[in-house]
Design a binder for this molecule. Structure first.
Ligand code: MG
Length: 301
């Protein structure tokens, strides 16, 4: 079981005692100030200022306090995370007017890390579409993965109901991760690393009313693809599935749908309106983007 020790000032110890007040137990080992038991983690604070975290969630519970005390978790923690057998997850399509939002979760075990790194997999933003199409199929045959596709009609429904894009992402990440964790079971990944689009606390707040939330060993880091290859793999797979979806939609409407949200996209959307009427956009675009209004104006010219 994971152990983690941090050093706290007297003020920090007091803060911790308040924070864990409802979890404090009566049992006190020699030299201890308090012991708190939470599901996944037992916290023992000593008069010396040392605080011991034990259990499945020890590292991430300790990390919260290290951040506050200014102690660098990056020095020891991130390299250890990089070497773990981990699930990574990433999303694509949120900045593209046409096409769905796709989230992929991928698992890279320790012993596969070198092989996967050697394929040249990295954050999908750094790879051309061509490279993605070349890399992704073999990658997908090598590692366990799951993808979740939020279709345009569904995305538009959720968006109209007032759901912020960050919550949409949170729901999809959790879904992809949940499916992959189920697939891997009884094997348990040592870490689950989300390419951060929102702070970890807020991520879980968005998932509060969900029944099936993966919480154990979940970490959120910005630029997580630089921390663990599983995130880079997830990013590549997500982009590949997105490209396939854009192709499928392009065939459906009989013209190539451009990526991104630039002027080319306005032109294409205007053309679609002229060909089929404005309702067509509901099926293949994210309607709340400013591109919709521009396209409607362009279509009238
Ligand atoms: Mg990302």
């Amino acid at each position: 079981m994971a152990n983690h020790v941090i050093t706290a000032t007297a003020a920090m110890l007091e803060k911790m005692r308040n924070h864990y007040a409802s979890d404090i137990t009566g049992h006190l080992p020699a030299g201890a100030l308090f012991v708190a038991k939470r599901s996944g983690c037992t916290i023992t604070a000593y008069r010396s200022g040392k605080v011991l975290f034990q259990g499945k969630e020890a590292e991430q519970e300790a990390a919260k306090w290290m951040k506050q005390s200014g102690q660098k978790e990056t020095a020891a923690f991130q390299p250890r995370l990089a070497a773990a057998s981990a699930v990574g997850s990433d999303e694509v399509g949120t900045g593209d007017y046409f096409g769905p939002v796709v989230v992929a979760a991928a698992y890279v075990a320790k012993d596969q890390m070198d092989v996967i790194t050697a394929t040249g997999v990295k954050d999908s933003k750094l790879l051309t579409d061509e490279a993605i199409r070349r890399l992704a199929p073999s990658l997908m045959s090598m590692i366990p993965h799951q993808t979740v596709i939020l279709s345009n009609p569904m995305y538009n429904d959720w968006q109209r109901s007032g759901m912020p894009q960050t919550k949409i992402k949170a729901l999809l990440h959790n879904e992809a991760i949940r499916k992959l964790v189920e697939q891997l079971s009884p094997l348990e990944p040592e870490a689950i690393i989300i390419d951060q689009f929102i702070e970890r606390n807020l991520y879980f707040r968005y998932l509060e009313s969900e029944t099936n939330v993966v919480r154990d060993r979940v970490y959120c880091y910005p630029k997580a693809e630089t921390i663990h290859i599983a995130v880079a793999a997830a990013s590549t797979i997500a982009r590949y599935v997105f490209l396939q979806e854009i192709e499928r939609l392009s065939k459906q409407v009989g013209m190539t749908l451009p990526k991104g949200a630039g002027a080319q996209v306005d032109q294409a959307a205007a053309k679609l309106i002229q060909m089929y009427g404005p309702a067509i956009l509901e099926t293949c675009a994210k309607l709340h983007f400013a591109n919709t209004e521009k396209a409607v104006r362009l279509a009238k010219q």
